[in-house]
Structure formats: structure tokens, C-alpha cells
Design a protein around this ligand. Structure first.
Ligand SMILES: C[S@@+](CC[C@H](N)C(=O)[O-])C[C@H]1O[C@@H](n2cnc3c(N)ncnc32)[C@H](O)[C@@H]1O
Length: 420
């Protein structure tokens, strides 16, 4: 009946949806609909209406039991006045015929009142089996009817149509009692390999309703078969709604935190240096300088220039209130600036302004001076790194231990304060 690969039982599917689980996706729902079995409970000429009139899957949402019962109740009941039903055509089976047959059996049972409770249980079990076999292609409805006939001592159904009609107004069938109805439902659920569509459960519940079971009886059975907590009804709906809202709120918080973290990371202070080869100390050229603590071969990358990346406009704005920042800001290859200073314009491991960043940056390279007049020139070059904003200092010749690292600031650097 079901397509290949559909091996879960209806109970599992039912549990998933009743629990308000989210696992029941729209795509999954479409899958169920696409794999609808032939109509289970078929009255001639209205089979499609019986099944498809129900919502595709009323199990969505938390108050599953209530929803299920309300859907089941919405189906027309055979215990209520109904138009005469023509007998099935030759060769056409159907669960409606089976229902009719079962009512006849029920009537006989009530009239004779000779059957023991054990016999009743056998009948109920067979009813469930009938329900089960109705799911199998080819073997279903007619075989089920035959089984019911055999149970009823050989088909006294002919001519009993009026008696069946009378049974509609009789007392509630015994199999609607809580224990037996629950047992039937559980058997049906557990036997159905590939029974993973809520639509089928709709049909099952509507079927019991048609047979005369009350909404309360059906609800009780559904609650019994459903997973723990499913019977909480409306209160469960509120509970699940609250949980989902809390989850959504946490997701929003997580998204906001992630966005803030990403923004902070992108604006983080950069910069590092070979601390094993370099140190900052007083310079004879000007203020502090950067010095080699060991022999450095040509080509050695000494580090990356420190600072936060700022646009030209941002840098100009900062220099309005922190003019010294311009002495340390280094222009990158893409026209932005690396600014290693705080709001006073002095080098800082935590350059400001900027988003909070807990890790200090290494600002050693910003203390490199230029070669004074008459010196041998630079011993390190400034090169773009592989990543945006990376400016690498690279030894352009062998540097002896103790030598000051000297670079060229470029032609646009303001040197008007030199020597003052
Ligand atoms: C990036 S800072 C270098 C670190 C600086 N010496 C310090 O103590 O902060 C650049 C500043 O250093 C000074 N400086 C660097 N090289 C110099 C040189 N060859 N002659 C005079 N001053 C220099 C200038 O004041 C310049 O604006």
C-alpha cells in the first residue's frame, strides 16, 4: 500500500505531531499527501469526499487529541439520520459495506445476548484485523468483509438491511467502550507498517465515529494511544506555544549575538609581531623605536601592522579630536587605514573607538622609525598581506641583532615635525 521506504508506524508519526514537534515539516506533510493510500472507508460514490474532506493532517499543532476528535466528529455519523445507502456494486468492496456488516453483527449480538465476553473480545480483535487488512491492496475490503461474514456464522446479512438500519439507533456498540476502543486503535496503529500519515488516522477516527462511538469515547482512546502529555488538550497547546515562543526568542537572541560577534570580529584590532626577534625600546632617532633582538635573515616576515581598519573619512574625523593618531595610522592597499591608537591618539592594544574586543593587539610595529639622514636606509619593507587590511613588515636585507628596524613611511607622510 505504501511506497517503498515508508516503514514508520502511525503511532510514531502520530506521536511526532501530537507532541507539537516541529519535526513535522511542510515538506513531510506533502510527502504524506503524495502517498495517500486508496480511500480506506469507502461508501460507493463518496469515497473521495469521505477521506479528502478531512484536512490533510489535523495532527499539526499541540492540542492533537482535541483536534483529532473535532475532525472526526465533523464527519457524518451513521448513527445520525443519513440518506439510504445503496448496496455495493458487484465486485466493489468498501469499508462502508464492512461497517454495515459490522452493525448487522452487532445487532445480532445484542438480540441473541448469548455470546460471552471472551467471544466479544475475539470479535473486537477480528474487527481490528479487518481494519488492518483493509490497508492491504487487493486483500483489503472484500477479504475483510468475508472475515466478518465468517465471524457472523455464515452471512445472515442478506435481508437484514432493515435490521442494520435499526441498529443505527441502537445503543452505543460495545467496541466503543474505552478499553476495547483503545485496544482496537492501538492494534491498528501498531500493525500498520508504513502507516505514517495523519490522513489515515483521520479516516480511522471518522470510521469509529460512523460506527457510533461518541466523541468522548474517541477522545479517550486517542489520549490513551497518544504519547504522554498529548491529552492535556488546550493547556498543552498553550504550553507548546510557550515553548515554541521561547525557542524562537532564543533563536533571535542567538542570531543577534552571532551578528554582533561577526561585526566585532570584522572590526577587530589587527596586528602581531615576531616577539622572539623584536623589542620596543628608546631610540636615538626619535622617542621609541623597534629593534632586532637576534639576527634576522632577509625575507623574514616581522609581523603585521596593528590597528583597527578605518575608512579615510573615519580617520579624518578621529584626527579632529586626536591629531596624534595621524602619526601612527598606516594606509593599506585598498585605501583604508590601520589605526593603532586610542581616543587620545596614542598607541594602545585596545584601539578606540570600536566594538568590544577582548584580545589585545600587538602594537610593536607602530614604533618603527624612519632612517635618519645619512643612514644606510631601510632594512624592512612594507608589503600587502594576503588578507584585506594586512600590512606586513618584511626584512629586505639581513638585519644584525641590536639594529633598529627602519622603514619608509611613504611620500605622503607629514614629516613637518621631524627634528622638533
Ligand atoms: C610611527 S611613529 C614612530 C614611533 C615614535 N618614534 C614614537 O616614539 O612613538 C612616527 C613618528 O616618529 C617620529 N620619527 C620617526 N622617524 C623619524 C625620523 N627619521 N626623524 C625624526 N622623527 C622621526 C616622528 O615624530 C614620526 O611622526
Amino acid at each position: 500500500m505504501t511506497g517503498p521506504g515508508l516503514s514508520s508506524t502511525s503511532l510514531r508519526a502520530h506521536a511526532a505531531v501530537v507532541g507539537g514537534a516541529r519535526q513535522l515539516s511542510t515538506a513531510c506533510h506533502r510527502l504524506h499527501v503524495a502517498r495517500l493510500p486508496p480511500p480506506l472507508f469507502r461508501r460507493r460514490g463518496e469515497a473521495v469526499a469521505t477521506v479528502q474532506a478531512l484536512p490533510p493532517n489535523p495532527f499539526l499543532g499541540a492540542a492533537a487529541a482535541t483536534t483529532i476528535v473535532s475532525q472526526a466528529v465533523s464527519a457524518p455519523s451513521l448513527t445520525e439520520p443519513a440518506p439510504p445507502v445503496p448496496p455495493p456494486a458487484s465486485g466493489e468492496g468498501g469499508n462502508f459495506a464492512l461497517a454495515q456488516r459490522l452493525r448487522q453483527l452487532q445487532e445480532q449480538q445484542q438480540q441473541q445476548q448469548t455470546q460471552t465476553s471472551g467471544q466479544q473480545q475475539t470479535r473486537l480483535s477480528d474487527t481490528a484485523a479487518v481494519m488492518t487488512s483493509a490497508q492491504e491492496p487487493g486483500s483489503g475490503l472484500q477479504s475483510a468483509a468475508a472475515a466478518a461474514d465468517a465471524e457472523a456464522d455464515g452471512g445472515s446479512s442478506s435481508g437484514s438491511g432493515s435490521a442494520a438500519g435499526a441498529a443505527d439507533s441502537a445503543a452505543t456498540p460495545s467496541f466503543c467502550e474505552p478499553e476495547t476502543l483503545t485496544g482496537l486503535m492501538r492494534q491498528f496503529v501498531e500493525r500498520q507498517e508504513g502507516f505514517d500519515s495523519g490522513v489515515q488516522m483521520d479516516g480511522l477516527l471518522a470510521y469509529y465515529r460512523r460506527l457510533g462511538c461518541s466523541p468522548q469515547q474517541i477522545q479517550a482512546a486517542v489520549v490513551e494511544v497518544a504519547p504522554a502529555g498529548a491529552g492535556a488538550g488546550a493547556s498543552l497547546s498553550a504550553e507548546v506555544l510557550t515553548q515554541q515562543l521561547q525557542l524562537a526568542a532564543w533563536e533571535l537572541v542567538a542570531a543577534a549575538v552571532a551578528a554582533a560577534a561577526l561585526a566585532a570580529y570584522q572590526s577587530r584590532p589587527r596586528g602581531w609581531s615576531r616577539k622572539d626577534l623584536l623589542e620596543v625600546r628608546a631610540s636615538a632617532i626619535a622617542g621609541k623605536g623597534l629593534f632586532a633582538t637576534a639576527s634576522i635573515p632577509s625575507g623574514t616576515v616581522l609581523g603585521a601592522y596593528p590597528g583597527r581598519l578605518r575608512s579615510g573619512a573615519e580617520m579624518l574625523a578621529k584626527c579632529e579630536y586626536a591629531p596624534m593618531a595621524s602619526s601612527y595610522a598606516f594606509r593599506t592597499g585598498d585605501g583604508s587605514f590601520l589605526d593603532p591608537t586610542d581616543t587620545t591618539g596614542q598607541p594602545s592594544p585596545y584601539p578606540t573607538p570600536g566594538l568590544f574586543w577582548p584580545l589585545p593587539s600587538d602594537v610593536s610595529l607602530c614604533f618603527a622609525n624612519e632612517p635618519p639622514k645619512g643612514s644606510l636606509g631601510t632594512n624592512a619593507s612594507v608589503e600587502d598581506g594576503s588578507a584585506a587590511g594586512d600590512l606586513h613588515f618584511v626584512a629586505c636585507r639581513d638585519i644584525p641583532a641590536g639594529a633598529e628596524i627602519l622603514i619608509d613611511y611613504g611620500i605622503s607622510y607629514d614629516r613637518s615635525n621631524y627634528g622638533k
